[in-house]
Design a protein around this ligand. Structure first.
Ligand SMILES: Cc1cc2nc3c(=O)[nH]c(=O)nc-3n(C[C@H](O)[C@H](O)[C@H](O)COP(=O)(O)OP(=O)(O)OC[C@H]3O[C@@H](n4cnc5c(N)ncnc54)[C@H](O)[C@@H]3O)c2cc1C
Length: 488
């Protein structure tokens, strides 16, 4: 038996707990079956944003005549782009692995871990070596993440399809691509492939893309993405079949989906439509990797979709076993998993009894334009019967918004006493602009004045955030910019 103070299953965000344990002089182990760093580094956040950086550059070139420049795109070295990103992220993962191996007292087991009792695991090595002796931890952290969910679509077993795992590193850009799934991964990759010149059909079940966002944001993104993709919102892929070296996807109108009252061009009498494409990409959500763990050997309970149940300190229903990240099914973002790793580290290493607090957990979607959000949506407030005030301010309220020809807005939702309840941004640099609102909610009193009182740099895009919060504040002497009538 290999005995440790702390054992972490999953080398994504969880591995940071093993490193923190080692820094305290404890014996720690990480069990990881794939590249170190988890989904984020090799098949999630980082490579997808590296691709989207290229899409943004292409868009800048396309828009150059608007500002009197005559730039043209001479070509796209597609294979070079994807192979250089792949080499770079795998080198980063390898470095992380070397770093962990060099760290004193962190043992790395390269293989798939499976529980044999409450806090003991066996490892099936990835390289075919003989399995090590079972691994036991005084405390165990379950951080095995998630993988693409494959929906039951008729005919899927007979066609080739991609998921986000492989769509990031294609050698060739498909001429046409059908994406099933209108959530954030579909919206990001639809933008990327569309901007790079592929004919993209984007099929989403809800009437809008990114339907979990505030309604105004979802509508704006749905309209904006029509510049890059043919959007089929309110439709569901019911069957697929191979055709002419590609694939045909049949998309039916969802029960409540509008998808147009009349059949769109080429649609059948029932409103179903056949979409032909060279490649098919499924972006239909994720499922937790907990089914690989034999959790039934432990007292760790999961919900009916396999997400791990924990209390507010992230301890599972089994004493001494903790969980974090995508396996919780709550906030499937890298920064959320890292935050949860900090909470678990404090509780595992210091018995701190720290509770997780995600009220000010932001997220962003790197589509076109960017989206960022923190707190409640207007629908959530209405459903909770909460009294609120709302304001929406467009980017051209700020001079830099006008200079950049920026499309988008900042929407603020606040209680009558000024407490910030939610903020939703769509437009350039939304992922950066949201941060001051997060700080105000997390560290200030959480009122609109926490954002509107501090001085904002002029002329920066943060003046859009300033102007929006200023509108809801009690400030009687406003100097917030308003360039809306000036235009550009
Ligand atoms: C295309 C895409 C884009 C994304 N973009 C963003 C973004 O822009 N911003 C953002 O915040 N988030 C983004 N995410 C989400 C983000 O990647 C995840 O939320 C984050 O990686 C979750 O961290 P984790 O540690 O919980 O899981 P992971 O990072 O998935 O780590 C879990 C690890 O456990 C390993 N594992 C699984 N089962 C076992 C087992 N039985 N034994 C041993 N090891 C096992 C896996 O190999 C994996 O390495 C994106 C995801 C995708 C797919």
């Amino acid at each position: 038996m290999n005995e440790y103070d702390v054992v972490v299953v999953g080398g994504g965000s969880g591995s940071q707990i093993a490193t923190a344990a080692a820094d305290r002089g404890l014996e720690a182990a990480v069990i990881e079956r794939g590249p170190l760093g988890g989904a984020c580094i090799t098949r999630g956040c980082v490579p997808s944003k590296a691709l989207i950086h290229r899409a943004d550059a292409v868009e800048e070139i396309r828009r150059s005549p608007e500002i009197g420049l005559d730039a043209t795109l001479e070509g796209v070295e597609y294979a070079e782009i994807t192979s250089s990103i792949r080499d770079w992220v795998y080198e980063k993962a390898a470095r992380q692995e070397r770093g962990l191996e060099e760290a004193d007292a962190v043992a790395l087991y390269r293989g798939e871990g499976r529980f044999v009792d409450e806090r003991t695991l066996e490892v099936d090595p990835v390289d075919g070596d003989a399995p090590p002796d079972p691994i036991r931890g005084d405390r165990v952290v379950v951080a095995v993440g998630s993988r693409p969910l494959i929906p039951p679509i008729e005919g899927l077993e007979d066609v080739d399809f991609l998921t986000s795992d492989d769509a990031l590193f294609l050698d060739e850009r498909p001429d046409s691509l059908a994406i099933v799934g209108g959530g954030y991964i579909g919206a990001e990759l639809g933008y990327f492939f569309g901007a790079l010149g592929a004919d993209v059909s984007l099929i989403g079940r809800s009437d809008v893309l990114v339907p979990r966002e505030d309604g105004a944001i979802s509508e704006f993104v749905t309209e904006s993405l029509e510049r890059h993709c043919d959007v089929y919102a309110g439709r569901e892929a019911s069957s697929v079949e191979a055709a002419d070296g590609g694939v045909v996807v049949t998309a039916e109108r969802t029960e409540n989906g509008d998808g147009g009252d009349e059949p769109v061009d080429g649609a059948g009498r029932d409103g179903s439509i056949d979409l032909e494409a060279d490649r098919l990409l499924l972006a239909t959500g994720r499922r937790p990797n907990t089914d690989t763990l034999d959790l039934e050997q432990t007292g760790v309970e999961t919900d009916d979709r396999g997400y791990v149940e924990t209390d507010s300190t992230l301890e599972t229903t089994c004493d001494g076993v903790w969980a974090l990240g995508d396996v919780l099914g709550e906030q499937p973002f890298k920064h959320a998993a890292d935050y949860e790793a900090r909470v678990v580290a404090a509780n595992v290493l210091d018995d701190a009894g720290r509770e997780v607090d995600s009220d000010a957990m932001p997220h962003a979607i790197f589509t076109s334009p960017q989206v960022a959000s923190v707190g409640a949506t207007e629908t959530e407030l209405a459903d909770a019967d909460r009294e609120y005030e709302s304001t929406t301010v467009p980017f051209d309220v700020a001079p830099l918004g006008v200079v950049l020809g920026a499309d988008g807005f900042v929407k603020v939702l606040a209680a009558p006493d000024g407490e910030i309840l939610g903020c939703h941004v769509v437009g350039p640099q939304a992922s950066i602009l949201i941060q001051e609102v997060v700080v105000a909610m997390e560290r200030g009193d959480g009122t609109v004045e926490d954002v509107s009182e501090p001085v904002h740099v002029h002329p920066a895009l943060s003046e859009v955030v300033y102007a929006a919060f200023d509108e809801l504040s009690s400030n009687r002497y406003s100097t917030a910019p308003d360039w809306r009538d000036v235009g550009g």
